[in-house]
Write a protein that binds this ligand. Structure first.
Ligand code: ADP
Ligand code: MG
Length: 302
């Protein structure tokens, strides 16, 4: 599935987040760094908060660390600040408090996949995937070869000339994934990319994404946002469970299962048990202070 080594440019502009500046800081931090799952911490968030101009406090006191090569899911209810957190990591927004620190002192090459495929409707699949390489001013022949290889990686060989309207929702998302992967990002940020797809398509994309990630042998770190317990357990090596707004990291679960997942994993007792544990963690996170106050108020009335 992986194209031959050396076919990708060494330092193309990132598909997203390029030129947006690193969040690194030379300031020593007073406390111990939050734990990364495995490997050296690629990115560390220290006391990160986000309050919008409207006054909405989306995130508060986020401390987390993500190791190189990890596949981490951010699991939380709608509106808890998952997208906001991902945008802060991507450098698409600035935190209003705290710091985002990078291993190398600067933001690495980042790929971003949104919930909608966000393809250019007037451009072929190949031209859509070629876009980040065109922005990086790579020679045209190289753009073509790399984009075709990325399309083949996501199972779309033969669809290079197809337009988005000619593709199914799942295939459009595959094009979007290929566009994010074509620059060989060190960090892949995915914001509920499969939420709008039917279950079968979503399951296939989950398997293919895990295969692509495994084939990169730890060279790509993934942060995957979802509100699906099942998806978070199926995909990740670690789940960070977020509480309701303002979002905080309420709990963390390690998922010990081989990647890609073995046949039958989805219907195994082990998977069911891990889903139950994640579901209970999410329930606890959602029953935060606001819910507890409501429960108390209801109890007083009865
Ligand atoms: P999630 O992705 O978990 O559903 P978001 O990060 O999109 O949550 O949003 C968290 C909260 O911040 C929500 O209450 C949302 O309405 C608010 N919010 C998000 N973006 C903005 C913005 N640009 N301006 C003001 N409020 C925002
Ligand atoms: Mg969101």
């Amino acid at each position: 599935m992986t194209p031959p080594a050396g076919r990708y440019p060494e330092e193309p502009s990132p598909a997203c987040g390029g030129g947006l500046g690193g969040g690194g800081s030379a300031d020593p931090h007073p406390g111990p760094p939050p734990r990364a799952g495995e490997g050296e911490a690629l990115v560390t968030l220290r006391g990160v908060g986000k309050r919008f101009a409207s006054g909405t406090e989306a995130l508060s006191g986020i401390d987390l660390s993500i190791g190189t090569g990890e596949f981490v899911s951010l699991l939380g209810p709608s509106g808890c600040g998952k997208s906001t957190l991902l945008r802060l990591v991507a450098g698409l927004a600035e935190p209003s408090g705290g710091r985002v620190e990078w291993m190398a002192g600067a933001r690495p090459r980042i790929g971003f996949v949104f919930q909608d495929a966000t393809l250019m409707p007037w451009a072929s699949a190949l031209d859509n995937v070629r876009l980040p390489l065109r922005l990086a001013a790579l020679p045209r022949a190289e753009q073509q070869a790399l984009a075709a290889a990325a399309l083949a990686d996501v199972g779309l060989a033969g669809f290079e000339r197809a337009y988005p309207r000619e593709l199914s929702g799942g295939m459009r998302m595959r094009v979007s994934l290929a566009r994010a992967l074509v620059t060989r990002p060190e960090l892949l940020l995915m914001d509920e990319p499969f939420a709008a797809l039917d279950e079968l398509t979503r399951n296939r994309l989950n398997d293919d994404l895990l295969a692509l990630w495994s084939a990169r042998g730890g060279a790509t770190t993934v942060v995957f946002v979802t509100h699906s317990v099942f998806e978070s357990v199926y995909l990740s090596s670690r789940i960070l469970v977020m509480s309701a707004r303002p979002g905080r990291i309420a709990e963390e679960l390690a998922i010990a299962a081989p990647a890609p997942r073995p046949p039958g994993f989805r219907t195994s007792a082990g998977y069911a048990a891990m889903c139950r544990a994640a579901s209970e963690a999410l329930e606890r996170a959602m029953a935060g202070p606001a819910r507890q106050a409501l429960d108390r108020a209801m109890a007083d009335r009865s």
